[in-house]
Design a protein around this ligand. Structure first.
Ligand SMILES: NC(=O)c1ccc[n+]([C@@H]2O[C@H](COP(=O)([O-])OP(=O)(O)OC[C@H]3O[C@@H](n4cnc5c(N)ncnc54)[C@H](O)[C@@H]3O)[C@@H](O)[C@H]2O)c1
Length: 328
């Protein structure tokens, strides 16, 4: 598969490593900053460089694009690539809002091309194990969950903290991880309503850095999650999720199932350092390439990314109005 990369920053380096290990052909790279692009191209042995996605598509000769640019570019670059017949792996958050996310999904369907959203915690071996246990009914019907997407004593800068480039702050950046992880563990239920309290308390920027969200799902479960940057404390690691069922308790990070008679940690030891490991991105890339090759519908695809963005939009609206917001 001939692969191109839009953006040459932090996460596309991880995707480029993953693509190399999956045996893809790293064909082209796009960035408006020639120096950063040349460095990236040299590091990964990529032969072709372009100043814009339009220039790349005009030149042709690529089959898929990895979009890892600031959030405001995700929809535009994804839609152009899909319309030109490319498969797309787009970073989270999928889009600035649900209208953009819907347009991306509709374009993918019309083009008959793969659109996948890089919700990478779904490719963590512990998350996969826990999802299988929950799907097998080991903790029974799930009543409530509690999750976390928090940076303690640090936060990003640059475009991440500017609304016009990022859409939102910690909700769009970290809340989305907590949200997608619990959706994955619950089997992707649709959201019914959302209540949220979101604000800015730790920096001088026009995006949020603190929040809590409550989501009611179509299956009757309720999820609570917290997100933030520069927080003084977090009582769970990022993507850490607790699930309370009628027949037991499940936890991701540390990972285990607890029932009346047993505790099963799946053979996973608690991680001493909690960070996103390369293996999860490798598995994600391998899966994307396989879906693109075979035409299999990816999960997380555009539908899953879109459902998440609907919750993000509803959370911001709820926080603005102080009301519970129904999700359409
Ligand atoms: N899943 C994860 O683990 C994870 C981690 C970090 C970031 N992300 C997501 O990935 C995306 C990128 O984040 P990052 O941390 O790599 O940011 P970054 O700032 O390190 O990189 C962004 C890149 O996009 C480039 N860029 C800007 N405008 C461009 C344009 N018009 N055309 C082409 N390139 C352009 C920048 O020059 C830079 O190379 C964001 O959506 C972010 O939310 C995901």
């Amino acid at each position: 598969m001939k692969l191109a990369f839009a953006g040459t920053g932090y996460i596309n380096k991880i995707h480029a490593l993953a693509a190399k290990s999956a045996g893809a052909e790293l064909t082209a790279v796009v960035n408006h900053q020639p120096e950063s692009m040349a460095k990236f191209a040299a590091e990964f042995g990529i032969p072709r460089q372009y100043g814009s996605v339009e220039a790349l598509l005009k030149a042709g000769g690529v089959e898929a694009l990895v979009v890892s640019t600031p959030n405001y570019l995700h929809a535009e670059q994804t839609i152009s690539a899909l319309e030109a017949g490319l498969h797309v792996l787009v970073e989270k958050p999928m889009a600035m809002n649900a209208t953009e996310a819907a347009a991306m999904q509709t374009t993918a369907e019309k083009a008959g091309k793969t659109l996948m959203v890089a919700h990478m915690w779904r490719f963590d071996p512990e998350a996969i194990w826990l999802r299988a246990q929950i799907a097998a009914g080991r903790i029974g019907k799930i009543i409530r969950t509690k999750g976390c997407g928090v940076h303690v004593k640090w936060g990003p800068g640059g475009w991440f903290t500017q609304k016009k480039f990022a859409g939102g702050g910690a909700m769009a950046d970290m809340g989305v991880h907590a949200l997608d992880t619990v959706r994955f563990l619950l089997g992707d239920p649709q959201p019914v309503s959302v209540y949220a309290k979101i604000g800015t308390y730790y920096g001088a920027y026009d995006v949020d850095d603190t929040g809590l969200v409550i989501v009611n799902w179509e299956n009757g479960a309720t999820s609570y999650f917290e997100f933030g940057w520069w927080q003084p404390h977090a009582d769970q690691p990022n993507a850490g999720t607790q699930l309370y069922g009628q027949a037991g308790f499940a936890s991701l990070f540390p990972t285990r199932i607890e029932t009346k008679d047993s505790v099963d940690d799946g053979g996973f030891s608690p991680r001493t350092e909690h960070r996103a490991l390369q293996g999860m991105y490798d598995a994600q890339m391998k899966y994307f390439l396989a879906c693109a090759r075979t035409g299999a519908h990816p999960i997380p695809g555009g539908q899953e990314g879109w459902a998440n963005i609907k919750v993000v939009d509803a959370a911001y609206e709820s926080s603005r109005t102080g009301k519970v917001v129904e999700v359409q």
